[in-house]
Design a protein around this ligand. Sequence first.
Ligand SMILES: [Zn+2]
Length: 669
Amino acid sequence: MPAFDRITESHFLPAFDFAIERQRAEVEAIAANPDPPTFQNTMESLERSGLLLERVHTVFLTLCSAHTNPRLQQIEAQVAPLLAAHRDSIFLDRRLFVRVDDLHRRLSDLNLDPESEWLLKRYHTDFVRAGIGLSGPDADRLRTLNAELAVRYATFSRRLLEEANELSVLVTDRDQLDGLPEDGVNAAAEAARSGGHEGAYLIALTLPTAQPALTYLHDRALRERIHRASTERGARGNDNDTTDLVREIVRLRAERAWLLGYDSHADYQIEDCTARTVANARGMLESVVPAAVANARAEETALQAVVDADGGGFRLEAWDWSYYAERVRRDRYAVDEGELRPYLELERVLSDGVFYAAERLYGLTFQERHDVPVYHPDVRVFEVFDADRTPLGLFLADFYARPSKRGGAWMTSLVAQSRLLGTRPVVINTHNISQPPPGEPTLLTLFELKTVFHEFGHALHGLFSDVRFPRFAGTQVPQDFVEYPSQVNEMWMFWPEVLANYARHYRTGEPMPREMVDRLHAAARFNEGYRTTEYLSASLLDLAWHTLGADDRIADVRAFEAEVLEKAGFSLRTVPPRYRTTYFEHIFSGDHYSAGYYSYIWSEVLDADTVRWFEENGGLERANGDRFRQEVLSRGGTADAMSFFRSLRGRDPEILPLLERRGLRATTG
Ligand SMILES: [Zn+2]
């Protein structure tokens, strides 16, 4: 564990300077080595270099995303270009590449084990993709582009966080909150109090377009206010407007792709993923669009019917969708989230649900530790033990929302597992669950329940990592593969034995009534037309921005967005994209997920097919867990990721299980 109790903000700049300098010296020793290159003196030495920098950077990023402040944001902006330049100084070092390239040419004579061979191939690809083939002014230009982009990513994140905080919706009249569950009201009161608005209510914005409060609020005008605040983010013409920033990022990325010999940034990004080509990724998305939109249209009709039956006298709008969807869910399936939540208490969900499933599948046990320093009192630490009681690693959980945390939920590896370095994994799941008032239990929504299982799937991927090289540890797989293990782990939240074990009323201890469970299952596909459509439109938007060429110029961000959505067949006014361009943090706050938002459904094909595999083999059994662990979860990035799926399933993935799950089968036929 990093010594969070002794780390202060003033440490970061000198630590970065020192760690960058140290790696520079380590890499210099490799590049200038007079001995001919060997796997050990080049590849292994590269893997051993930069460990300190990695550690400083990981701690820093963890704080920047989960507990930031103006000073950290300032350092972030300062450090981003230094890191980009440092990475370039390694991957654009010709002396280093000559050594790697020499080994790569002699690959078949080196008698390497499969993981070492893959490491050599990956490094070679990394150098080529980083632009080692460029020289002179082109190489200089590439370095400039990388540095410029790094600054803009940090700026995008900072502006978005400020926008979200500034646009939180302040309500002074308690009556306007009618319909909002008690804990939501309390959270809003608490947020208002800490923001200096004693006696009022502050509704915070979550990252995606659709805001959770809209499901409950009876007051239509307030729903509209919240929806508009959400969709306005980054597009208000103030200091935190992101439209120009987005256009710059897109243009710089396109130029970089062109320099490297690609038609577009998406071509560059996807080449290195399991999808391989933009056409494959786009084709997969487009094959689902007609059925998704048709289902969403049918859902819209059903919602309008409720509005009309009420004598509402208005046309359904985007801010009405969740509210009436919840009504239909209640009427048709008799599932009321307010009625469910007392059965979804966080502590039970964690120990009797998430941990319990991991115990049944993999033999894991968990022990909470209170002696490990953390960066915020809310962070929990669990030591994880393997089936034979040997320590496996540490699992940290940071559940509650706060203004210093960015939106969404994610997993980070604080320490990567590696046999070469003798390190064991430390992973953290970060969430944005509303903090209950003191002394009250934390009751989850269905979405939060799913997210807790999902993020723990990423955690397992990190914890089970059994690789030699840190380059391959845990979740370091192609971005369109990384959501696969986490999505599979969601299957256990409704698995009968798991559900029966955790879903008990927090007050009475009564198990969730059987018929409520049945209704939940029946309702599972409801609203999938909406969910799939909002996701697909965001994914196609991402691809549209990143298939622009270096000479394309977009004058009006909102007009471009509208045109893309219309062309792709998204004609529903009531279903906005899950993220609009100006607050699409996944794709504009870093390179990682750019041109990669398609990955979620791409991975879900593997996920749905794997869920079927578990079902066919008896479900929640140690033998199944061990097999999944061995073939997929332990492998990290040590080989072509699709080969892991194939060795588990014995064939290529099939799309049918996904279509059936989402109720999309009939129309895609
Ligand atoms: Zn995920």
